[in-house]
Design a protein around this ligand. Structure first.
Ligand code: CYC
Length: 165
């Protein structure tokens, strides 16, 4: 698993280069947002259960066919699996936020997920919608906690949504 610093060093080491201006700029951008990343992640952690619950309610409110007979989240077991998946997305997003890198998402969440979803008939469009809803609620929650300039918050959610689209 890589973070913003180890990813960058790895790239420079492969080609045997000293850190140049671009490297310094990107490290600076990461360290400048460091405290805010940790704070945003702490706010999400403290509100994770409520964020997931609200995201699930909003998703099923927007797409009620998911929980009707024949829908992929129909039956309590599948409903619960869907909320659990949302919880995975949120938790791993906080890891990626702190790391400043999406590598953990590739390695721990996305690897083979599309195939698993295909074989179980989990629909990609509604899953992506679920991730977007999670992002919006996480943004609101972080903003309400007084953390401004949290533009970095979008990245892990957008990355997972794009990879599952
Ligand atoms: C199932 N979701 C699964 C399964 C996996 C994951 C592996 C199959 C095994 C199981 O049921 O537990 C996802 N597992 C993960 C992820 C990780 C992991 C991401 C990384 C940490 O270890 N259905 C919908 C909604 C959506 C949904 C759109 C919720 C957003 O209609 C999710 N995922 C969903 C459902 C199942 C599932 C309903 C159960 C499908 C079935 O068994 O028929």
């Amino acid at each position: 698993m890589r973070d913003a610093v180890t990813s960058l060093i790895r790239n420079y080491d492969i080609t045997g280069r000293y850190l140049d201006r671009n490297a310094i700029d990107s490290l600076k951008a990461y360290f400048d947002t460091g405290i805010a990343r940790v704070q945003a992640s702490a706010v999400i952690n403290a509100n994770a259960a409520a964020i997931v619950k609200q995201a699930g309610l909003q998703l099923f409110d927007e797409l009620p066919e998911l929980i009707r007979p024949g829908g992929n989240a129909y039956t309590t077991r599948r409903y619960a699996a869907c909320l659990r998946d949302l919880d995975y997305y949120l938790r791993y997003a906080t890891y990626a936020l702190v790391a400043g890198d999406t590598d953990v998402l590739d390695e721990r969440v996305l690897e083979g997920l599309r195939e698993t979803y295909n074989s179980l008939g989990v629909p990609p469009g509604p899953t992506v919608r679920g991730i977007q809803i999670l992002k919006a609620i996480a943004q609101e929650t972080v903003a309400e906690a007084g953390i401004t300039n949290a533009a970095f918050l979008d990245q892990p959610f957008d990355y997972m949504a794009r990879e599952l689209s």
